[in-house]
Design a binder for this molecule. Structure first.
Ligand code: ATP
Length: 291
């Protein structure tokens, strides 16, 4: 399969394993610039190992991985750093350093990549990223133990955004959040993708997230990516796991919720058109109907 210039991530023939256990074998994947790319699959199918391989924390047994058009496997450390500073990662659970405050956690990548940066500027960048991630400004001096689960995720996100990345990796960002917190996190992800022009690689089990914000979704099974597409495209496939996952009771509930939201937005648009027939038609986002 040839690589495409539009791709920000290209994986070819990936093989990963631990001892006797083979997790990936001949896995291919393309992530296009600017999309929110969801990754789903049963527990233990290797979603996190795939992400760790792409960000260089897991050395594959075989295969090629290209990010920003550059091979990432087997590079020397200086070269690897130049690529690594262009992405941000939110690990499962936030993975914050418990002995550092939120602001200090956000500064970790800044200190790693730009140790010469003026401390006052680091403070300023950290404060900005904290607010950008939807935390109150006074969260900066707090320790992770003083934060709720949702706030920890946002602090992890603030750290992932510290270096103004082009590419953001999110590993199960809404796991453990209540539905309102999860929906708010989805909205934040979507708005960051739009305003910052990010590409997002998003591992999730959360059907609502997949329906609400993902442009395309890859399904992992049998050590490979067995399908990639939009939700309607995946729904049209007759693979049993895909049908069970997207067309089971929870999948149908997520579809119904999205359809209700779309109908509500459509009704609001029509109401607005009737109120001011000469004004240009506003989309759902501009009309503020998302929240
Ligand atoms: N460092 C490791 N050493 C040994 N085995 C590992 C290691 N990391 C992952 N594995 C194994 O690789 C397989 C895939 O793990 P991974 O965490 O990628 O799954 P996942 O699809 O992300 O699962 P989940 O949805 O439950 O988070 C699992 O069987 C896991 O036990």
């Amino acid at each position: 399969m040839p690589a495409d210039d539009d791709n920000i991530i290209t994986v070819r023939g990936l093989k990963n394993g631990f001892g006797e256990q083979i997790v990936h074998d001949g896995l291919d994947l393309d992530v296009k610039r600017g999309e929110i790319f969801g990754v789903v699959g049963g527990s233990g199918t290797g979603k996190s190992v795939l992400m760790r391989s792409i960000v260089g924390l897991q050395t594959p047994l075989e295969g090629d991985i290209t990010v920003f058009g550059e091979q990432t496997i087997g590079r020397d450390e200086t070269d690897a750093v130049d690529i690594r500073k262009r992405w941000g990662v939110l690990f499962q659970g936030g993975a914050l350093f418990s002995t550092l405050t939120v602001a200090e956690n956000v500064q970790v990548p800044l200190r790693e990549f730009y140790p010469e940066l003026d401390p006052a500027l680091m403070d300023e960048i950290a404060a900005y990223k904290v607010v950008m991630s939807g935390l109150p400004a006074d969260a900066g001096p707090k320790f992770p133990s003083e934060l709720s689960g949702g706030m920890k995720k946002r602090a992890g996100l603030a750290r992932a955004l510290a270096m103004d990345p082009e590419l953001l990796f999110l590993d199960e960002p809404t796991a453990g959040l209540d539905p309102i917190g999860a929906a708010a996190f989805d909205e934040l992800t979507k708005s960051l993708q739009k305003t910052l022009g990010l590409t997002v690689f998003l591992i999730t089990h959360d059907l609502d997230t997949l329906y609400a914000i993902c442009d395309r979704i890859a399904v992992l099974a049998d050590k490979k990516v067995i399908a990639v597409g939009t939700i309607p495209e995946l729904l049209a496939m007759d693979h049993p796991w895909i049908q069970e996952y997207f067309n089971g009771p929870r999948g149908r509930a997520a579809t119904a919720a999205i359809e209700r939201n779309e109908e509500r937005a459509e009704a609001q648009d029509q109401q607005q058109d009737r109120a001011s027939p000469d004004s240009p038609r506003l989309g759902r986002h501009e009309a503020g109907a998302e929240g």
